[in-house]
Design a protein around this ligand. Sequence first.
Ligand code: HSE
Length: 420
Amino acid sequence: MLKIGIIGLGTVGSSVVKILKENKDIIRSRAGVEIVPAIGVARNLQKHQDLDIVLSDNADDVLEDDSIDMVVELIGGVERAYEIVKKALKKGKSVVTANKALLAYHRYELQEIANSQGFGFEASVAGGIPIIRSLREGLSANQIISIKGILNGTCNYMLTKMINEGVSFSEVLKEAQELGYAEVDPTFDIGGFDASHKLLILASIAYGIDAKPEDILIEGIEAINSDDIFFAKEFGYNIKLLAIAKKDGNKVELRVHPALIKKEQMIAKVDGVMNGVSVVGDFVGETLYYGAGAGGDATASAVVSDIISIARGESTPMLGFKKLITNELSLVEADLIETEYYIRMSVEDEVGVLSKISSIFTDYNISIDSFLQKSSKNSGRTSLLFSTHKCQERKIKEALEKIEKLHFVKDKPSMIRIED
Ligand code: HSE
């Protein structure tokens, strides 16, 4: 018998208990041992009486109990969770966590401490989609060329509603919160931070690269407005918050930002609260993963899969590398990224505006691919919407800084990267 202590009994924790009880027999057959949710730790014990397990409001009742074999950490946050997980490992217990923030900051230390003890984190990225295992095991023969993920259900839900139903940003954010998709602090979702944590975990498995959220480009979806949606529709794009990892030689790009992607691409069809990940390997080609990235049951499904894997005695290296032979990879500076861009600016509708703007583009060797002008009636203002051919990010930023200073330009021009 394997006894589990679950620290954190929110939607995921409660669902872990439910799955372990309801699917007890099939889990026992698959794991080869009976797995028992022995104790749950929560702040409000009254709320969890119906789970029918021993309850405590003190994590030490799990950590100090030698009869508990495995700790499931589901409290979220970084430092307190790190202390709990370290203590559990030092006490010889295996650990399963869904905590992406913990891993974004401490995955390499935890790998050291866990060594050959079981440590599962499938639920930390894309909820119920088995993307960690796919990358670490199913694709282990390949050099990973790229990963493009829709890893935040809240943003995807919001962008889908904005594009398909014309709902405004603030309205749809309220809806996402009411539906319980968004994190407690929604800036964590809409600012791209949640997706960045997940991307860093995937990038470690793909490349063995160690980076923190502060090291990479992270932009959220806050600035997307109805003009951007108009342009996207007109030119056959969808807008998605993408988490991107790409390797070229010894250089790795890691970035999270909204992106225009052609509607025909498979990943562009991942709508609503769902997550999707496209992984391209050098021998396998493109593989695509789709499923629920949030929600108690889907996330708990991934947590329990880790519990079973540890119970079986599987010993895949935590981040997929037994020993890193070469580690010469470095991150590409954000300014050196090359891609196509969509640019929006609001200007006074007067003579000579376009020629002045296009001469700045010419100065920076930026070539325009398409252009739309969208006037708002009687305001005397118009929105200029451009897309460019491929160019370097630094040039776009410098050109936009110059354009912003022109007297007829109202508001700060904005840009969205186009991903092919
Ligand atoms: N807030 C996250 C999302 C939940 O919207 O995808 C899972 O990490």
